[in-house]
Structure formats: C-alpha cells, structure tokens
Design a protein around this ligand. Structure first.
Ligand SMILES: [Zn+2]
Ligand SMILES: [Zn+2]
Length: 169
C-alpha cells in the first residue's frame, strides 16, 4: 500500500487523505494461528509540518483466532489508532513515533500496518474471560458439559481404594 506525497512535498497541499477499504494479505498472522476475517478499513491523514510528514488515522478490521483454552475459533473487531512519521532517508532523526521512509515521493505503509495489527493479537487469545477450556483428562469441552474427571483425580481416598482393589484383585 503506497501513498504518493508529491503534492505535499511541492507545497501544493497541506494535507493528503488516504482511504482504503479492501482485502489485505494475512499471511503475516499465520504463525500466530490468526487471520483476517474481513476487509481492512483505513482512514489516514498526512500533514506536513516544516519538512516532516505526520500520519494519523485509524484502522478497522476483524481478526479470527483460536481460543487458547477451548481451541474454538472466534472473532474480534480491532480498531487501533495509526500514528507515524514519514521522513526522507537522509533526514531521519530520533522521533517518538515509528518512522517510515519516503522513497521517490512515495511511502509504503504495508509493513507498518502489519505491525499495528500484529500488536493487537494477544499471546493467549481467549474466546471469553469465563471460558472453562478443555478437560486435560478426557478432552471434553467444559463449556458444554462438566465432566467428572477432575473429582476422581483430586480425591485421594479414591486412589487408595483403587490401589486396594488392584492389590486384592
Ligand atoms: Zn474458549
Ligand atoms: Zn473430563
């Protein structure tokens, strides 16, 4: 995704607006077991202040994850803010914002956007804060049915009884 800043550079405009509403390759999320479930909507304003260009705006899309507890797929809408600086390669200084470099009057925002989306993905996505997850013993989904495995494992009296049965058998 490239934005041409020639009009800004030539002082013909004080700001350029960039809108995008379309698909984006989501291969960069594959390692996290996530993907993009919808189009990506971007609304950006790029302002010139002295010799520096400031990009601000919003991104909105729907991410699909697998719950780290019950393994079911679920989706979440994200709408992180966009904020970055565009600088000429030779004019790069220390800025608080992320700096994207201008190349032939164009700036490519693709990898910046990927980074913004990537940062929204939790390490352990959870479909619901109350998700009970899968039973580690029988593999059943405890959100659907509460199995009795845990009770058997925890109660030491049952263990002793089982032992006696085995010895006696
Ligand atoms: Zn879950
Ligand atoms: Zn179980």
């Amino acid at each position: 995704m490239k934005i041409n800043l020639q009009q800004l550079k030539l002082y013909r405009e004080d700001a350029v607006y960039y809108q995008y509403n379309g698909q984006m390759d989501d291969g960069f999320l594959a390692d996290n077991g996530a993907g993009l479930q919808s189009a990506v909507k971007i609304a950006l304003t790029i302002n010139r202040r002295d010799q520096v260009f400031y990009g601000t705006g919003t991104l909105e899309t729907v991410i699909e994850y697998n719950c780290s507890r019950c393994l079911k797929g679920f989706t979440r809408t994200i709408s992180p803010p966009l904020s970055f600086i565009i600088a000429e390669p030779e004019g790069e200084k220390d800025y608080e914002e992320e700096v994207l470099l201008l190349e032939n009057d164009e700036v490519d925002i693709t990898s910046y956007l990927q980074g913004v989306i990537f940062a929204e993905i939790p390490l352990s996505p959870i479909c619901d804060p109350n998700c009970k997850g899968l039973c580690p013993f029988c593999g059943g989904d405890k959100n659907i049915k509460d199995c009795q495995c845990r009770n058997e494992e925890i109660d030491p009296r049952w263990e002793k009884l089982k032992m006696l049965n085995r010895e006696g058998g």
